[in-house]
Design a protein around this ligand. Structure first.
Ligand SMILES: O=C(O)CCC(=O)C(=O)O
Ligand SMILES: [Fe+2]
Length: 312
């Protein structure tokens, strides 16, 4: 049932809890994954689909289904000048050194985080969305305006001890969302380039039983591929400092530790929006996007969008 903004009426929490095992089972069936590319089931996904349509009705942009929507990930080169990216990476280094909260116990071997990255690093990390090629590619994906739901900033470190997002996984976010990664250092095969599978291969692995669930993630899928006669063709982009990657984070992917040195990135989760990202940000304030990275809002409508569910 819908109200006039297209969102669903709330369901009583006791009822929600009682039906949760069924909705989890239903949402994770392979045919549901093939439809939505996540395990969230029809309720959340149909809210996001209706919302995406609502945003297109407010302001339609030409859509290009051959871009990131079909390729899974694309690299937009030279969004920042190398010298600007280098300077931001140096700034990151000194912020990390001086902030004991940049290290969290369970990922200390893998990464360091920079908290409140836009306030600390400056607005060039948001101004990238004014780049016409990047902005155009994102609009072509959504067919509408978009907003930044949250942003994150971290340095990946060399290690052999991998866990979390450093194992093959899907972020399990609603359909009609998009992830963006700004590289502040080069990230080739030996320096921490993210590895991807295509959406088609992701579906085949899902059907064969690999769902990238937290409890059963693997660092390598070559053996699984062999056991199930699946293609094994991970790929990556050779990113340079200043390049930006757009990717569907429901396709299987994993972070990779750099073999030497470190890799610095910012990531952003984007949602469709009725008005442009910068106007939305001017209404909501920086805190709304940089204090609480991770997850996605149960309701994507801007006035109701609180990140309640954590992604991978
Ligand atoms: O750091 C990376 O290379 C990828 C991290 C990741 O899994 C993500 O951003 O969804
Ligand atoms: Fe991820």
């Amino acid at each position: 049932m819908q109200n006039e903004t297209g969102s669903s009426y709330p369901i009583h929490p006791i009822f929600q809890k009682a039906v949760r095992p069924f909705t989890r089972w239903y949402g994770s069936r392979p045919n549901q994954f093939e439809k939505y590319h996540n395990k969230l089931g029809p309720r959340v996904n149909s809210t996001y689909l209706r919302y995406a349509e609502y945003c297109r009705n407010q302001h339609a942009c030409p859509r290009d289904d051959d871009g990131v929507r079909s390729q899974g990930s694309i690299l937009v080169p030279e969004v920042l000048q190398t010298s600007v990216a280098d300077e931001l990476s140096r700034k990151m280094g000194s912020l990390i050194e001086n902030d004991e909260n940049s290290v969290s116990a369970n990922t200390s071997q893998l990464m360091r985080s920079v908290h409140r990255p836009a306030s600390k690093l400056g607005t060039s990390v948001l101004d990238i969305f004014h780049n016409p090629i990047l902005d155009g590619g994102i609009r072509e994906f959504f067919g509408s305006n978009y907003r930044i739901q949250w942003m994150d900033c971290y340095r990946s470190l060399p290690t052999k001890d991998v866990s979390h997002a450093w194992l093959w996984h899907s972020d399990n976010v609603p359909c009609e969302t998009l992830k963006v990664m700004l590289h502040l250092t080069d990230a080739g095969e030996h320096r921490g380039a993210t590895q991807f599978m295509s959406l088609g291969d992701t579906e085949a692995y899902y059907r064969a039983g690999y769902r990238g669930s937290r409890s059963s993630r693997r660092e390598n899928l070559d053996q699984f591929a062999q056991q199930h006669s699946l293609p094994h063709r991970p790929f990556h982009h050779d990113a340079k400092a200043g390049d930006v990657m757009l990717f569907l984070n429901n396709a299987l992917h994993k972070a990779v530790p750099p073999q030497t040195s470190f890799r610095d990135v910012l990531t952003y989760l984007l949602l469709p929006n009725p008005i442009p990202w910068d106007k939305q940000l001017a209404c909501d304030g920086l805190e709304s996007i940089e204090f609480n990275p991770g997850g996605y809002p149960q309701s994507p409508f801007p006035e109701q969008a609180i990140n309640v569910n954590r992604a991978a």
